[in-house]
Design a protein around this ligand. Sequence first.
Ligand SMILES: *Cc1c(COP(=O)(O)O)cnc(C)c1O
Length: 372
Amino acid sequence: MHSPDGNERPRPKPGVLEINPYRPGKTGAGGKKIYKLSSNETPLGASPKAREAFKRVADRLDIYPEGPATALREAIGMRFGLDPARIVCGAGSDELLSLLCHAFVGPGDEGIYTHYGFAVYRIAILTAGGTPVMAEEKDFTTDVDAILEKVTPNTRIIFLANPNNPTGTYLPFSEIKRLAATLPRHVLLVLDAAYAEYVTRNDYSPGLELALTSENIVMTRTFSKIYGLAGLRLGWCYAPASIADALNRIRGPFNVSTAAMEAGIAALQDVEHIDKAIAHNEKWLPWLEQEITSIGIPVTPSVGNFLLLHFKSTQQARAADVFLTQRGLILRAVDVYDLPQCLRLTVGTEEANRLVVSALADFMRSKDGSRD
Ligand SMILES: *Cc1c(COP(=O)(O)O)cnc(C)c1O
């Protein structure tokens, strides 16, 4: 049979070609030493215990993973005091964000994300055939009222990163509770707490309490950031029983590898390593914030392991990116977030942090840096 227009190629379903593929952070050119500060990875690496667990898996590569990830869900449940039956694991939390859309969003449905919200949300909504709806932010921060204004009878899902990437800003738990209390019950609220471990403010909560007690709230977490397992792809979510059930029906039967499970369990148990990472961030985040501000580059106050740097213009930000890259310092351009005048910097090792600050100071004294 021929299609009416004579074009016989398979065609992606509506929405797919509206997606701009996710652009990962640069990894840098070969040759000299590279400081990758572009993807919010931990400067401390994975726990040595996780690395050992990973190596041990080499002897059973021929065997399928344990599909339901039982041991991992039990370890997560133990660590956070949760019912393992309501935990679903994925190949990164990215997979879970997609699965949530595939299970709950279809053509004609709307999904809400915030202006500077994590780029994966829009992609996940479009991939499922839904219509992405953007809610404005205030001072680079999620605005609960702006989200509520966008809710219609067609709204199926709302994605909220708290803290958000790439801005580093967060909402106090009181605001999250207000949003949860006001939302219609048929709307699924996804609280993405990828950076929860880094937040030291006492008015913050990743949202577990809400996921525990509601029928429409899911909290997602990742092993890619403070746990240092980004290369293995591992994330999890805590969901109401009916939502966990839906996810388990549509996920790949072996969506988490044995290596990811084993390394994840070991990483969870190495509390000392996590404490070290928190202490490192607590020391260097404020230091970077202060040093960079005093150079004359404003930054958005951040509670994550990264900072959003605001240059005077798109041109100045691009020139800074080139200047830093020449010194092996790889930051993240955030044009796809509508922030072409900004660069995002991940907190690195002491060496990397000091190099970034001195490079930025040199840049601002250079011809490109001092030009308006
Ligand atoms: C890095 C990040 C994630 C983690 O994604 P993984 O797929 O688990 O690596 C999720 N959400 C946000 C906001 C992030 O910045």
